[in-house]
Design a protein around this ligand. Structure first.
Ligand code: MEV
Length: 424
């Protein structure tokens, strides 16, 4: 299967779905889940959260042209933001012929934190925790025999001394391999279960016991080469590198640069029913792991025209548990990705983030982001301004021609077309 489909963006939604369905052998029932004719119900929503009155549909697009670790893949992205899917597809196309994205994974180790307070001998307590490590780990693993059977479970622990405002505390970190689950439930269950034992060992009082979203032992890296992406234009290349250097050095720019990366990352995380907030918290915390908030990507020039991009971030995502399986659209999104492990999913998500970043910097180094963005945004605005479906394209044409995209401009174009409509 090839993920490169020329003119995919020109098709109608139904034609795109049919194309993907035929390539990935989706059934008629599965197609109806994507279009909303079947699938997600209020009843299901009511089982997922509290006080449900309905649900919020978000557009689901497919980024084309991705090749990750030698495999072509269509990337489902759920986002309300125009330009994001187009930008990812564009960047993926530019690196496709040089091999696409290559990824690596540190493993699925999550940290469960147990905060211990009110000890008389903090360092003595720390030593006693290490002395009783085997018993603590055993008790953790007794909570989740299924995870242990799959090769996961608590593997180790470390203990941190933290100076609080009024006392010295210990924080025990349980290091738990959550395998193909995001792992919050497994980690939190273990952390809560061993807390009485920790209190006994330390003669202290446990307060917080929960996972850390700074998943620094669940790191994904992706790399891609862009061969002459600006057709020899050295001015654009210099601007690209300069924008990249600013993001590395300046936290104000890094926040926006990383937001652009997360446009891609979060869209795939959401499409697959994973926890966007967990991933975002982890990514931004990791971006400041050196003590100074910086970029999650690095761009390097090899020779004059070859750009090598890399991304490194924690990704606590899974394929089992939570909404990943209970939400029919998320389940199908995973089917489209054709991934069997959390590692593969994380590799694709990191690649999407890197692609997104390339496209954003390219736009910033060139004509700016507004030209392309406003054109896509205009469709939305035209509809809000009252354009009937069959006139949206004409309204957008007017807006692009005159470079006027305000709400009142759109209303004006809608009026103009209405007044010129021979059938009115
Ligand atoms: C907009 O959603 C994302 C960008 O601001 C990212 C960036 O500036 O790198 C375009």
């Amino acid at each position: 299967m090839k993920s490169r489909i020329s003119g995919f963006y020109k098709l109608l939604p139904e034609q795109r779905l049919n194309k993907i369905a035929s390539l990935l052998e989706l059934s008629e029932e599965e197609k109806k889940i994507f279009t909303g004719e079947e699938g997600f119900t209020v009843k299901q929503a009511d089982r997922m959260i509290e006080n449900v009155i309905g649900y919020l549909p978000i557009p689901l697009g497919i980024a084309a042209n991705f090749k990750v670790d030698g495999e072509d893949v269509f990337v489902p992205m759920a986002t309300e933001e125009p330009s994001v899917v187009a930008a990812a597809s564009h960047a993926a196309k530019l690196t496709y012929d040089t091999g696409g994205f290559t990824t690596s994974y540190s493993g699925s180790i999550m940290r469960g934190q147990i905060q211990v307070t009110s000890m008389v001998d903090t360092y003595g307590a720390l030593a006693r925790i290490y002395e009783n490590k085997e018993e603590i780990i055993e008790l953790c693993n007794a909570q989740d025999p299924t995870l242990v059977a799959f090769g996961g479970g608590a593997k180790d622990l470390d203990v941190h001394v933290v100076q609080g405002e009024s006392e010295k505390m210990l924080v025990v970190h349980l290091l738990i391999d959550t395998k193909d689950a995001m792992g919050a439930n497994a980690v939190n269950t273990m952390a809560e279960a061993v807390s009485p034992l920790i209190e006994e060992i330390t003669e202290g009082k446990v307060v917080v016991r929960i996972l850390s979203n700074l998943a620094d032992q669940r790191i994904v890296r992706a790399r891609a080469t862009f061969e002459d992406p600006f057709q020899g234009n050295q001015t654009t290349m210099k601007k690209f590198m300069s924008a990249n250097h600013l993001a590395v050095a300046d936290p104000y720019r890094a926040a926006t640069h990383n937001k652009g990366i997360m446009n891609g990352v979060s869209a795939v995380v959401l499409a697959t029913g994973n926890d966007t907030r967990a991933v975002e918290a982890g990514a931004h915390a990791y971006a400041s792991i050196s003590g100074k908030y910086s970029s999650l990507t690095r761009w390097e020039l090899k020779g004059e025209n070859t750009l090598v991009g890399t991304i490194e971030l924690p990704l606590a995502v899974g394929l089992v548990g939570g909404a990943t399986q209970s939400h029919p659209v998320a389940k199908l999104a995973t089917k489209i990705l054709n991934v069997k492990t959390a590692q593969q999913l994380a590799g694709i998500i990191a690649s999407t983030g890197l692609a997104q970043n390339f496209a954003a910097i390219k736009a910033l180094a060139g004509e700016g982001i507004q030209k392309g963005h406003m054109k896509l945004h205009a469709r939305n605005m035209a509809s809000v301004a009252g354009a009937p479906d069959d006139q949206i394209d004409q309204v957008v044409e007017h807006a692009v021609k005159e470079q006027r995209f305000g709400f009142h401009d759109m209303k004006h174009f809608v009026e103009l077309l209405r007044n010129n409509d021979p059938n009115k």
